[in-house]
Write a protein that binds this ligand. Structure first.
Ligand SMILES: N[C@@H](CC(=O)O)C(=O)O
Ligand SMILES: NC(=O)OP(=O)(O)O
Length: 331
C-alpha cells in the first residue's frame, strides 16, 4: 500500500479532498476489505498508537466501526462516554480533548452536535504542535466525511468490484432524497459525488430542500450537475443509485412537515417508485433508518436493492483506510 500522495493530517471535510485522495482511500479500503475476509483479520499497522473516540452525540455504527477499525489495525482504543464523564462536572470539551492528549492519544475521532467542534480541536492540537490527528465523525449539519467515503466505496464497488475507483461514477445518476437541509451526510456526499462527475439530483420537500440550497455549497464545488426537485418521480427517472436520508428531527426547530405519513406518501422510497429507475438501481441509507418513513421496509431488506448492510461492512474497511493513512501508513 502506498501513502506517498497523502498529505492530510486531519480529515475534517471532503471539501479538502482531491480526486487522487478519493482514489487513495478507495484503493486502501479495497486492500483492507481483503484483510477483513481473511481468517486472521488483524494487522499490526497501528501497534502502540492510541485512538480515542470522543462522541458527544449518539452513534451506533460510526463509533463501533471506528473502534473495530482501530482494533483491526492493532491500535489501543479509548471510548469516551459523555454522560458518565467529567463533562457533567463542568469540564470543557477542549480540556477533555487535552486530557486525552496527555494520555498519549495519537488520533481523535470526534462527533458533536455543533458544527465546527472537530475543527476547533484540530486547530488546538496543531497550535500545541501535538502531532495528533482529528477525524470528523459528524459535526452538526456540516459534514460526515467518513460516511461520504464509505458511501462512495459502496457505490464504486457495485460499479467495479475488483478495483473501485472514483472514475467509475462519471455520468451515473445519483439521487439524494429527503431532509437535505439538515443532513451532514448529504453535504459530504455532494463533495465526493460532484468530484466524481456523477449527475447529482436532490429531491425533497421545499421546507427541507430550499431552492437556494445550491448557493450554500462552498464556492469551489462543481455546481453544474446539481439538480433540485420538489417532486420525487422526475428525480428518480433512470437513476442508478438512490440515497435516502432520515428526517433529522433533532435539528428541526419548527414544524417543517405535515405528518410522517404524508411525507412517506410523497417522498418515501418504495418498490413501486424504484421502477422509475434503472433496472439495476441500488438504494443506500446511512442509517439509522426510520422504516416506513423515508424507506419502505421491504426495500431496505431486499438484498437485490439495498446496499445498507454493505455500507456498514464497507465502513470498517474505509475507516481502517483513514486510520492507516493519517496514522502514517507505516505497515
Ligand atoms: N447517522 C448519520 C445520519 C443520521 O443520523 O440520520 C449522521 O449521524 O449524520
Ligand atoms: N450513519 C451513521 O453515522 O450512523 P450512527 O449515527 O449510528 O453513527
Amino acid at each position: 500500500m502506498t501513502t506517498a500522495s497523502w498529505t492530510h493530517r486531519h480529515v475534517l471535510s471532503l471539501a479538502e479532498f482531491s480526486r487522487e485522495d478519493y482514489d487513495t482511500v478507495l484503493t486502501t479500503a479495497a486492500s483492507f476489505r481483503e484483510v477483513l475476509s481473511r481468517r486472521t483479520k488483524k494487522v499490526p499497522t497501528l501497534q502502540g498508537q492510541v485512538v480515542t473516540n470522543l462522541f458527544f452525540e449518539p452513534s451506533t455504527r460510526t463509533r463501533s466501526s471506528f473502534e473495530l477499525a482501530a482494533k483491526r489495525l492493532s491500535a489501543d482504543i479509548l471510548n469516551f462516554a459523555p454522560g458518565s464523564s467529567s463533562l457533567t462536572k463542568g469540564e470543557t470539551i477542549l480540556d477533555t480533548a487535552k486530557t486525552y492528549l496527555a494520555m498519549g492519544t495519537d488520533i481523535m475521532v470526534i462527533r458533536h452536535k455543533q458544527a465546527g467542534v472537530p475543527q476547533s480541536i484540530a486547530a488546538e492540537m496543531d497550535r500545541l504542535q501535538s502531532g495528533v490527528s482529528v477525524l470528523n465523525a459528524g459535526d452538526g449539519q456540516h459534514e460526515h466525511p467518513s460516511q461520504g467515503l464509505l458511501d462512495l466505496f459502496s457505490i464504486c464497488q457495485v460499479l467495479n468490484p475488483q478495483k473501485p475507483s472514483i472514475g467509475d461514477l462519471r455520468g451515473k445518476k445519483v439521487v439524494i432524497v429527503g431532509d437535505i437541509l439538515h443532513s451532514r451526510v448529504a453535504r459530504s456526499n455532494l463533495w465526493s459525488l460532484t468530484a466524481a462527475g456523477a449527475a447529482v439530483h436532490l429531491a425533497g420537500p421545499p421546507t427541507l430542500l430550499p431552492r437556494e440550497f445550491a448557493q450554500f455549497l462552498p464556492p469551489t464545488a462543481d455546481r453544474s450537475p446539481l439538480q433540485i426537485h420538489w417532486q420525487l418521480e422526475p428525480a428518480l427517472a433512470d437513476a442508478d443509485f438512490v440515497m435516502t436520508l432520515r428526517l433529522q428531527q433533532e435539528r428541526m426547530s419548527q414544524h417543517l412537515l405535515p405528518s410522517l405519513r404524508e411525507y412517506h406518501q410523497r417522498y418515501g422510497i418504495t418498490r413501486d417508485r424504484l421502477r422509475l429507475c434503472q433496472p439495476q438501481v441500488r438504494v443506500l441509507h446511512p442509517g439509522p433508518t426510520n422504516r416506513g418513513v423515508e424507506l419502505a421496509s421491504d426495500v431496505m431488506d431486499d438484498p437485490a436493492l439495498s446496499l445498507v448492510p454493505d455500507q456498514v461492512t464497507s465502513g470498517i474497511a474505509v475507516r481502517m483506510a483513514l486510520l492507516y493513512l493519517i496514522g502514517g501508513g507505516k505497515g
